[in-house]
Design a protein around this ligand. Structure first.
Ligand SMILES: Nc1ncnc2c1ncn2[C@@H]1O[C@H](COP(=O)(O)OP(=O)(O)OP(=O)(O)O)[C@@H](O)[C@H]1O
Length: 266
């Protein structure tokens, strides 16, 4: 189990000359905790995640896991420490779910699977946890959007990297799967001491499962703290330009009720 925290300092992420995130720093993201990145469309959430994961060539600054600089590592070396799940798996892939999972495990020498047999056994266990073992022999191009998203999550979870980064892992999922997937992500992060970062649009889901919310707009951190401290009508007005209420349901979970766009907001 890793005990290293993830620190982001002075991060600048740009697509060519278009700077999306500039001089962004975050207090350490601790192992065994889940952080949700939230914010409106085009706020820079995916760009920040991809920048931290070292996937945007115009990235400057430091991303440290303990005392190691992830951005200074080669891609194979970084992949031993960090798994990143994009918003959508590429379409038109005719490999089976098992083939993609075993491939993902074999691509990382330090993953839990030293040989073919144990990679397959491990892959099946992860599929079972996500309730999709029946898809093991199906090809990716014949799955529904939600099923593909669950397979993408299985690929990231299977490796149990020190840093787990998921971009909108529930966007294509039905209600039951949204809750079960977030519970599994949280359980994995806590049990294995991972640094978990997840981009979410659903603020109630973020508040329920994340330890910390980082709200972004225009590439800048607008708030950072526990869900209870961060999710306020004032923040929702400032960041989302919406008049909204934050209430608690009968079970104590936070709920966000958006009443109306603020006047003058696009
Ligand atoms: N590959 C790219 N090349 C150029 N600009 C890009 C690229 N990807 C994203 N952008 C721009 O970067 C900005 C931030 O986009 P990003 O996808 O990071 O936002 P986001 O907060 O994840 O949005 P959403 O919630 O809509 O997914 C947007 O203005 C977008 O147009």
């Amino acid at each position: 189990m890793s005990t290293a925290s993830l620190t982001v300092s002075g991060l600048r992420v740009a697509y060519g000359r278009k700077v999306i995130v500039d001089d962004l720093s975050l207090p350490p993201l601790q192992p065994g905790t889940l952080t949700a990145l939230v914010g409106p469309n085009a706020a820079g959430k995916s760009t920040l995640l991809r920048g931290i994961a070292g996937l945007v060539s115009g990235t400057r600054g430091q991303v440290r896991l303990g005392d190691r600089d992830l951005l200074a590592m080669s891609i194979p070396e970084r992949a031993q420490h960090l798994a990143y799940m994009p918003q959508g798996l590429p379409g038109g892939v005719a490999l089976t779910v098992m083939e993609t999972l075993v491939g993902a495990l074999r691509a990382v020498p330090t993953a839990l699977a030293p040989d073919g047999a144990s990679a397959a056994a491990h892959a099946i266990r992860v599929l079972q946890k996500l309730g999709i073992e029946h898809l093991a022999m199906r090809t990716l191009d014949r799955l529904s959007g939600g099923q593909r998203q669950l397979v993408g999550l299985a690929q990231a979870l299977a490796r149990e990297p020190a840093v787990l980064m998921l971009d909108e892992p529930t966007s294509a999922l039905d209600l039951r799967h949204q809750v079960s997937v977030m519970a599994l992500v949280r359980e994995t992060v806590v049990r294995s001491g991972l640094v978990g970062v997840v981009v979410l649009h659903d603020l109630a889901l973020a508040a329920r499962f994340a330890d910390r919310l980082v709200a972004l707009s225009e590439g800048k951190v607008q708030a950072d703290g526990t869900p209870t401290h961060t999710l306020t009508p004032d923040l929702l007005a400032r960041v989302y330009q919406v008049e909204a209420r934050v209430e608690r349901c009968s079970q104590g979970h936070l709920l966000v009720l958006a009443d109306a766009p603020l006047r003058g907001a696009a």
